[in-house]
Design a protein around this ligand. Structure first.
Ligand SMILES: NC(=O)c1ccc[n+]([C@@H]2O[C@H](COP(=O)([O-])OP(=O)(O)OC[C@H]3O[C@@H](n4cnc5c(N)ncnc54)[C@H](OP(=O)(O)O)[C@@H]3O)[C@@H](O)[C@H]2O)c1
Length: 320
């Protein structure tokens, strides 16, 4: 059996740009670049103090890569493990209320070469390099020039090469990626995937991948905030009750129960905290103080929702 040694990592999606998927209006916060820089530095420092070593970013997280690099260069921690991605470009340019898509996807060899030139500055602490949101539609898993370049980067730098997935067919994309070989060697070492109480479709494929020595990083463990009771999601009333009962039983917040569910049910390599400030980070970290009983894990496993409607709801969420 695969042993659990899951660590909590920190994702920078909500920390590097002023607008991201949000289910509550957060116009009370200062959205200037300088306030964001101050906030991300305090969250990075707090995370390091709490024992976080894996930090996950992407070129599309606004100034996420640049802030992370500046923090790393100023602290010179020799034990941080950085991960980034390629394939999306941030185009909202810190414009509040930006009406269009904030990030544009492009899985071409040109985009890979362009973004790698920037991201490689995160070396030597950079350890994970991931295709951002691999899909069948983008053709990335069949793009020979891209796959060969990723293999070359892996050989030259020792980086772990991965994919991230989102969408109703995550498990099919993961299964296809697991079969890709370059020079008789499996190309992809890591899988950053959405898995949480509401969306458990990838459980089997990820369990098998872990058993085969692959690394798994779980994102959106709090379903982008949907695990917290919210009047806009009344269809989750029963799940909210279950979570509230468990929160009382274990004396931690709902976020800690949701993160712990990921750790205790799947036992991934990392689960990402998507905290947007130090308060949330500390609340998320309560997850490291508890263990869910087998019976409670089963109760939470039974709360899963239909994959198609989960992703329909997810894509309708607004960026504010
Ligand atoms: N590869 C990809 O395509 C991809 C996609 C998504 C995410 N990710 C990675 O996964 C990481 C985490 O994902 P995520 O942030 O999208 O989803 P998440 O972890 O499911 O949700 C995080 C959000 O939950 C809310 N939250 C967290 N702790 C809270 C607390 N104690 N009290 C109240 N609200 C709390 C915050 O919302 P508010 O900010 O509204 O307060 C926070 O932004 C990202 O940072 C990123 O590194 C990758």
């Amino acid at each position: 059996m695969h042993q659990s040694n899951t660590k909590i990592g920190l994702g920078l999606a909500a920390l590097g740009r002023p607008e991201y998927i949000n289910i509550r209006a957060n116009d009370a916060i200062d959205k200037s670049k300088s306030a964001f820089k101050q906030n991300i530095f305090s969250v990075l420092d707090e995370a390091y103090k709490l024992g976080v070593r894996y930090f996950d970013t992407a070129p599309s997280y606004g100034k996420g890569e640049a802030f992370l690099q500046e923090w790393q260069d100023s602290k010179l921690h020799d034990d941080t493990i950085l991960g980034t991605k390629w394939g999306y470009t941030y185009v909202a340019n810190w414009e509040l209320g930006y009406a269009g898509k904030h990030e544009i996807k492009e899985h071409s060899i040109e985009k890979l070469v362009e973004q790698w030139q920037v991201s490689k500055a995160l070396l030597p602490n950079l350890k994970y390099y991931q295709v951002h949101s691999a899909t069948f539609e983008s053709g990335v898993l069949k793009n020979e020039a891209v796959l060969i370049k990723l293999h070359q980067i892996k050989k030259e730098t020792g980086l772990k090469i991965g994919i991230t997935t989102s969408g109703a067919n995550q498990k099919d994309v993961i299964a296809a990626a697991l079969n890709i070989q370059i020079e008789s060697e499996s190309l992809f070492d890591t899988f950053q995937v959405t898995y949480n109480i509401l969306e458990q479709d990838t459980f089997e494929v990820l369990t098998a991948a872990l058993q085969n020595g692959k690394q798994v990083i779980i994102k959106e463990a709090l379903a982008n905030g949907r695990v917290f009771p919210n009047k806009s999601f009344e269809h989750y009333a029963k799940i909210y009750q279950v979570l509230e009962d468990l929160s009382k039983k274990y004396q931690v917040g709902i976020d800690a129960i949701a993160l712990r569910f990921v750790i205790d049910s799947l036992k991934p390599t990392y689960v990402l905290s998507g905290a947007s400030n130090t308060k949330q980070l500390n609340e998320n970290f309560e997850a490291s103080k508890i263990h869910l009983s087998k019976a409670d894990i089963s109760v939470l496993q039974a709360q899963k929702t239909a994959t198609i409607s989960y992703w329909k709801e997810r894509s309708a969420m607004s960026w504010i």
